[in-house]
Design a protein around this ligand. Structure first.
Ligand code: URA
Length: 220
């Protein structure tokens, strides 16, 4: 599944005023075993156009294995499709300062700029469970008051937020959301690894209860 080119162009235009670079399409089958919603691509991803193909992606693939799925089974996307960056300095080999770009979390404006893209994917990808990776994806879909540390490893059956006339509103349809931590979180908090592993075991169990590649009819 790939979003229409016009929608990608709209996303690029809507985010052009922000300090971001590149554009990475969501990727995976329309009938997916899971849909994964991350934060925003990093340097590796904007270089090769493949979501979660860098260091965080390597961790994510190990987690998916524990959940019993592969990259080919899942649709991978993120709240923002361009890399938000900030300028910083690092020491060069001769002690001189070198200016370079660092990743940063996307702002509310950047998330809103790309909201129509994620909305489209939420409507068109048929996945029984939507796994949010970290707080950005969770808050984008389930509301600002939600926290991954409170909700990880739980199945939330609820409407999600989508953008209408530049305001977020709740969908009529209910989705099955499964929040877990962003795979990059283990780089600065190794203790989260155990929690993510246990979330993945739960996810594996949950997926066993869903008919493969069939969207559960969650419309009410
Ligand atoms: N983090 C994300 O959320 N997405 C990527 O593609 C890479 C890192």
């Amino acid at each position: 599944m790939r979003i229409p080119d016009e929608l990608a162009e709209l996303g690029k235009k809507r985010i052009a005023a922000y300090q971001v670079e590149g554009f990475v399409y969501g990727s995976g089958p329309e009938h997916a075993k899971l849909m994964l919603v991350g934060e925003a691509p990093g340097e590796t991803e904007i270089g090769n156009g493949i979501p979660f193909s860098g260091r965080a992606g390597n961790e994510l693939m190990k987690f998916l294995q524990l959940a019993g799925v592969t990259r080919e089974d899942v649709y991978i996307t993120s709240a923002v499709r361009s890399r938000p960056y900030k300028w910083g300095e690092k020491n060069g080999p001769d002690g001189t300062k070198i200016k370079r770009k660092y990743n940063r979390a996307p702002t509310a404006g950047e998330i809103k700029a790309h909201a129509p893209l994620l909305d489209y994917e939420m409507e068109h990808v048929k996945a029984p469970v939507i796994v949010t990776l970290g707080n950005i994806g969770l808050k984008r879909l389930a509301g600002k008051d939600k926290k991954v540390s409170d909700l990880h490893g739980r199945l939330l059956i609820q409407p999600v937020l989508r953008l209408k006339d530049d305001q977020y509103e709740w969908t009529d349809k209910k989705y099955c959301l499964f929040p877990t931590f962003h795979p990059a979180s283990i780089f600065y908090n190794r203790g989260l690894l155990e929690l993510i592993h246990s979330d993945m075991e739960k996810l594996r169990g949950l997926l066993g209860n869903f008919p493969m590649n069939e969207q559960t009819d969650q419309d009410e």
